[in-house]
Ligand binder design. Structure first.
Ligand code: AMP
Ligand code: MG
Length: 504
């Protein structure tokens, strides 16, 4: 018997009321197929808050049926598993057909009351690393434990930082080895998002000259995820504008937290404007605006300072794909114009909050530019800089010491601090209130590569305690958590040797 779908009831994996709205699209949009089972699956990590979002009882994590289901070894009742087709531009070049090469959509489940953020009120459950699909191309359909843990932890960390993102329910491991540069432990991760439709899903139909399918997809996305746009004069133009606005704001949030995605190809850009497809991502440590987090990105196309421009480039690619529906080039152009003001406004608001400034003055631009210049000059740790800046006291230069210690060029910092204090004085800033406000937006804990690496290496030796511990810490990134002080420290020397690439 199916469990009643009340907000209070906690589901087991098998009682999850799975449907699949994407499967209602014509068959050309996907291929129905089951995940390929993995041998002897075991749970590596699971997120209680992700489970709570879909009313799944976290006690389920301990049950074999849960692990079997999210290993892809058993089929949940109501599940209509499928792999979706899409295309995309990779590193600026048209790559043709791609698709879910190792991801399988199980279906969607209720996830709280419909809201502005999630009008469908549902979450899709998708396995990643669950075997070959017709879109696997040269790949093996699998994912390694290393990249699955990174995606799992980062999804949940980003959500806790308040950045729009897909979520991660769990990671299941297997002793079946997966071949990369070396043989590695394999894994399957379960991701959740209202939809995994991408910019590339639209490009697919546009570049194949299939206007009917393009319209079907746009109508599906509007009806399920942007219902308010249905009544616009030109709903497709309104869709482009809203996706562009959300994308611009998302990237402003990435910049403000120091997040680098690493592979901003159009097939990795969500139609919801949320962060998806975590691969060789990174959080900025020693500040360098030119930093490239993806070792495979030789040109630096997706370097930190490039992200805002690339986000815009991607929106233009989406605009191109939607053009047959929008009609006039000028109308598409008009929708895309929202990008720059949306990005600038959001970034300004976020950076002001990071600095504890309540008002916005024309001169602030110079203060902020000078700040990033001195951060660049001394390659200060991005997260520690903003966190410690919150501890600065107006009339106590000694309060600057921990912050000042981060700088090689201390006179540069001293000169800037004078200007910053003057600016704070101007708005009668009060130390305690400013500190509390700044600490609520400048995290103490982010997923530094070396922290992930330690958790991964332990997990590869079947010790999953560090994955769980790191998740708990990253779920409260703004809290002091003095017992976990070491997790907020500068990375150790060995961390500079770490490289993350597209290999996953
Ligand atoms: P990514 O850049 O990781 O988002 O992947 C780009 C495309 O390659 C997507 O269509 C993926 O599904 C596919 N892909 C990546 N890795 C694999 C793999 N190991 N097996 C099959 N397909 C893959
Ligand atoms: Mg991808």
């Amino acid at each position: 018997m199916n469990a009643p779908d009340t907000g209070l009831f906690c589901h087991t994996a098998e009682s999850l009321p799975l449907e699949n709205s994407f499967a209602g699209l014509p068959e050309d949009f996907y291929t129905r197929l089951r995940p390929t089972p993995i041998r002897a699956p075991y749970l590596v990590g699971a997120s209680t808050s992700a489970a709570e979002l879909i009313n799944l009882d976290p006690a389920e994590f301990a049950h074999e049926a849960f692990v079997e289901a999210f290993a892809g070894n058993s089929t949940l009742p109501g599940s209509t598993p499928l792999a979706a087709v899409y295309s995309g531009h990779q590193f600026g070049v048209w790559a043709g057909q791609l698709g879910d090469g190792r991801a399988i959509l199980l279906g969607d489940v209720p996830a709280g009351a419909p809201s502005a953020e999630n009008p469908s009120g549902r979450m899709e459950l998708q396995l990643k690393g669950s075997g070959l699909t017709p879109y696997s191309r040269m790949g093996d359909g699998r994912a390694v434990l290393r990249s699955s843990i990174r995606e799992f932890l980062c999804s949940e960390a980003m959500a806790a930082l308040g950045i729009p993102t897909s979520r991660a329910l769990c990671v299941v491991g297997t002793d079946m080895l997966v071949m990369r540069e070396t043989p590695e432990t394999g894994a399957v991760a379960t991701r959740m998002a209202p939809t995994f439709v991408r910019f590339g899903s639209f490009e697919h139909w546009f570049y194949n000259n299939r206007k009917d399918e393009l319209k079907i997809l746009a109508d599906y996305v509007i009806d399920h995820f942007y219902p308010a746009l249905r009544d616009a004069t030109n709903p497709y133009q309104a869709l482009l504008k809203e996706v562009t606005r959300r994308t611009a704001e998302l990237i402003a949030q990435w910049q403000a937290i120091g997040f680098m995605h690493g592979v901003m190809n159009t097939d990795n850009m969500s139609i919801l404007g949320i962060t998806i497809d975590y691969g060789p991502f990174g959080f900025m440590e020693a500040f360098d605006a030119r930093h490239i987090c993806n070792h495979s990105d030789h040109q630096g196309r997706y370097a930190y300072q490039m992200q805002p421009r690339i986000g815009q480039w991607n929106c233009f690619a989406l605009g191109q794909a939607l053009l047959p529906l929008i009609g006039e080039v000028d109308d598409a152009q008009a929708a895309l114009e929202i990008y720059k003001p949306a990005y600038d406004d959001k970034l300004e608001q976020l950076v002001h909050a990071k600095l504890g400034l309540q008002s916005t003055l024309p001169e602030d631009g110079a203060l902020i530019d000078a700040m990033f210049n001195m951060m660049q000059g001394s390659h200060v740790d991005f997260t520690l800089f903003f966190r410690r800046l919150g501890d600065l006291k107006m009339d106590d230069p000694a309060s600057d010491e921990p912050l000042r210690d981060l700088f090689i060029d201390r006179p540069a910092f001293d000169a800037w601090a004078v200007q910053y204090r003057l600016r704070l004085k101007q708005e009668n800033s009060e130390d305690a209130a400013r500190r509390a406000a700044m600490h609520a937006v400048n995290p103490k804990f982010v997923l530094r590569n070396y922290l992930a690496q330690i958790a991964i290496e332990k997990a590869q030796n079947k010790d999953f305690s560090e994955v769980a511990k790191l998740l708990k810490i990253l779920e409260r990134p703004f809290d002091e958590q003095p017992e976990h002080e070491a997790y907020a420290n500068l990375p150790p020397d060995w961390a500079s040797e770490l490289e993350v690439s597209c290999s996953s």
